[in-house]
Design a protein around this ligand. Structure first.
Ligand SMILES: [Zn+2]
Ligand SMILES: [Zn+2]
Length: 247
């Protein structure tokens, strides 16, 4: 009842677009239109790093076997097995994520998560996930924003794939300090002790999927995944709604 009232209030404050939830083109109001879908699915046809999922800044050197590994992934490992995204953090997807995250359009979690589920189902490596964890926000940030965008995506993904979701096993204890201009090594030191596992029993011997809205430098995700692995997870996988470009 309270949530229905809350939803109605949100409808008054942020009226849903009449058509495509992404671009507003005429339609049922729940389905993402063909134009938006084809723009976003074009990403899957572009060469992207087979490990971190990011798109290359310039045209990727085409590998004979069709696989492309970005220069960062060639230089360093990650604490996760692979990362994928529904599309690039550009154009319509970037605009939708901004509306979702900063404009309070929580219902955008549904079509965004549906695209992420499609990606998860298309990669066999994602087949044995035991638990879904959103990248958490600190208590203060959560109070200011009112919701965790990654939490809403994780919830939708969990129900789409019938996998349990926990918003309390992985917590964020301090706000991310500014990362601007820092090297990858410096960013990693900067993010040390930002995340904490509250109960390692949920992670031991399990394959974990960590969910966030955007993957850019990968530092936040790397730091969260490292904490989850240290707590005893077997393998950590990553999915985001959008991803950046690497140099
Ligand atoms: Zn559209
Ligand atoms: Zn990469």
């Amino acid at each position: 009842m309270i949530s229905t009232l809350w939803e109605s209030l949100l409808d008054l404050l942020f009226p849903p677009r009449p058509g495509c939830p992404f671009c507003g083109a005429p339609g049922s109001g729940t389905e993402v239109c063909c134009t938006c879908l084809s723009t976003i699915s074009g990403y899957r046809l572009e060469p992207h790093c087979c490990l971190c999922g990011r798109l290359p800044e310039k045209m990727a050197p085409s590998a004979p076997d069709g696989y492309y590994l970005c220069s960062e992934c060639r230089r360093h490992g990650w604490p996760f097995v692979l990362a994928r995204a529904a599309g690039p953090y550009e154009g319509i997807l970037k605009e939708v994520i901004h509306r979702f995250k900063y404009g309070g359009s929580r219902r955008l979690a549904v079509p965004l998560a549906a695209l992420m589920v499609e990606v998860l189902l298309s990669e066999t490596l994602y087949a044995n996930i035991d638990l879904v964890l959103p990248v958490p926000l600190t208590y203060n940030k959560l109070r200011r924003r009112g919701f965790n965008q990654a939490g809403l995506l994780a919830k939708e993904i969990g129900s789409g794939l019938k996998i349990p979701v926990s918003g309390s096993v992985l917590v964020k204890i301090t706000d991310t300090p500014s990362q601007t201009g820092l090297s990858r090594a410096a960013r990693e030191i900067n993010l040390k002790n930002v995340f904490k596992v509250t109960d390692a029993r949920y992670l031991q011997g399990k394959n974990i999927l960590i969910v966030d809205d955007v993957f850019t430098t990968g530092s936040t995700m790397s730091s969260a995944a490292a904490v989850v692995k240290r707590a005893g997870a077997v393998q950590v996988f990553v999915v985001t709604a959008a991803t950046g470009r690497c140099s």
